[in-house]
Design a binder for this molecule. Sequence first.
Ligand SMILES: [Zn+2]
Length: 374
Amino acid sequence: MNGAINLGKIFGIQFRLHYSWFFIFVLITVSLSWQYFPFAYPGWNSAVYWVTGIIASLVFFTSVLIHELSHSLVGKANGIPVKSITLFIFGGVAHMTREASHHSAELKMAAAGPLASLVLAGLFFLLHLATRNMIEPVGAAAFWLAQINAVLAIFNLIPGFPLDGGRVFRSLIWRFSGDYQRATKIATRVGRGVGYLFIAGGIALVFLLPGQWFSGIWLAFIGWFLQNTASASYRQSQWQRTLQGITVAELMTPDCPVITPDVTINRLVQEYIFASGHHCFLVIGEGELTGILTLGNIKSVARPNWETTQVKDIMTPAEKLVVVSPEQDGLSVLEQMQENDVNQMPVVREGRVIGLITRDNLLRLIHTRSKLGM
Ligand SMILES: [Zn+2]
């Protein structure tokens, strides 16, 4: 998700705030301070409405963070690393870098969020009971927070992928059928169905109860988002799964040509690239890998300088290279490429380069498998 502000790290997880979050924050604060509290609790002065609204709204978003954090911590404990959590217009989303490899891990991780929201709902309700007769605004905010956390838990338990309930649903089908692909397919279909139901419900609301037009549009909007996300999550979980199931050794280009550091760019292009079509070279000087050279490096040199520039002047030097081992899976390599912003990595076994893996190797595999419908 682009367009987000970094808030910092908790438990090694990056917290981010998407710009669309500000819209929903203002919307919730205004509707609390202007409508909900004045209507339900007449007689406070207007500053109290606003302060209570702002605090309730902030605590609500903290609750959403706690929901996402529960997913993340349970995920981490079960071998599913979570990189970041982003709050945006429809709540929060935890970015996992890989899919669960076992149904029980998926079940625990998916259930953790709604469970946390239910616990929060219970705690806020207790706070409401304890404070309602003493400090009315605190009791009122606690009551609203109890309700909204319960709604959050129930909404997320709707059994459509990628909602938490959809993940729980998928893990159960996966468990009983033993077939991850089929489970994902079914959960995605239900997820899209739920999305369409929301859209239909939203449109119906606009026409049947014109006074509720805003809720209707909002419901349809959420449905549209769910329907879209279901398809996108399906594709993503397919290719993540594909890359998780294959090793670097199976994907790499083993015959990466070796060149020496003192070859000029002109000679390299004429004699190696045009002749062989290779796009990447291992630069070996005195028996050791000193760097790698790609078309990207060559493009950075102006044509007239090709005659005088040598490979060693523009190659990516060995000390700057991030290497992978042949046993690593494809997904972890793609993650490393994204982190280091590189398109290829030398594959090293016991200190020796045995091949090269490129982003193209990975994308071609995903493309081929999706074309075959696998
Ligand atoms: Zn959740």
